[in-house]
Design a protein around this ligand. Sequence first.
Ligand code: R5P
Length: 301
Amino acid sequence: MPSTPVLLCFGDEQESSARIAQAAGHHLVRIDRHRFPDGEIKLRLPPTLPDHVVILRTLNDPNEKLVELLLTAQTARDLGARHLTLVAPYLGYMRQDVAFQPGEAISQRIVGRFLAGLFDAVITVDPHLHRVATLQQAVPVANAVVLSAAPLLSDLIVTQRPKALLLGPDEESAQWLALAASRHGFDYAVCRKVRRGDRAVDIALPDILVSGRQVVLLDDVVSTGHTLAQATRQLLAAGAASVDVAVTHALFVGDAWQMILNAGVREVWSTDCVKHASNAVSMSAPIGEALIRIDAMTMTR
Ligand code: R5P
């Protein structure tokens, strides 16, 4: 018999999970997790589960989390779940979508198929899909839902920098720039970027006047921070009045945050897809709405 869906979460994501569970009207249950001295993990779920179970795991630092998902999803099926949804606000391993050198693992395809073997539906936010058109191509589940943080980031930017010029650091960011700019009528443009290594990028600013403008750099993910730091230095050298950053996924590896502040960034606004001190926008409402739509579909089956 259908009953209220359960949202299973891990302790380090309890706060964001609680916001999403409340938005979706789901019961929140924390998975009991024990890590053995040798690194193996033991998980304990509620002994019985309803038809629709949601597992929330954002996939930054993904390697151990993928094992957690394997153990959780298979146990949830054994305990009665008939429809399993993964909410991965940040979906890792999406950037390696081709073999750039012969012999390279195409991680996007492999991880995508792994997740599709465990889940019936996947919800994520601004996945880094470059050479594939849809999330379903990367993660071939029946229901692959892509949300964007660009509208909510735009709502925040308009309150802080109403006359901002929005800039994307590379061509791939154009999709998010167009969404954010059209919502409040911001001017926008994108830079060109050539990546020479993990921590080395060259950026060419667009042919647009930045002198005197309050520039907000908007991107899907900040990792080492070198992309945003390099763009900021060039914008300030070109006379920008200020540079702020709005980003969906605040990975901020190592000293990335300090480095972009040192480059001259005034403020950083991120979403709660990845927990970080810069979080200023919650994605719980759109994720909750997506879960309610999936509930409705599972109930009509
Ligand atoms: C790549 O194209 C993404 O959109 C980001 O621009 C990139 O991942 C940022 O990486 P990093 O912070 O290491 O420069």
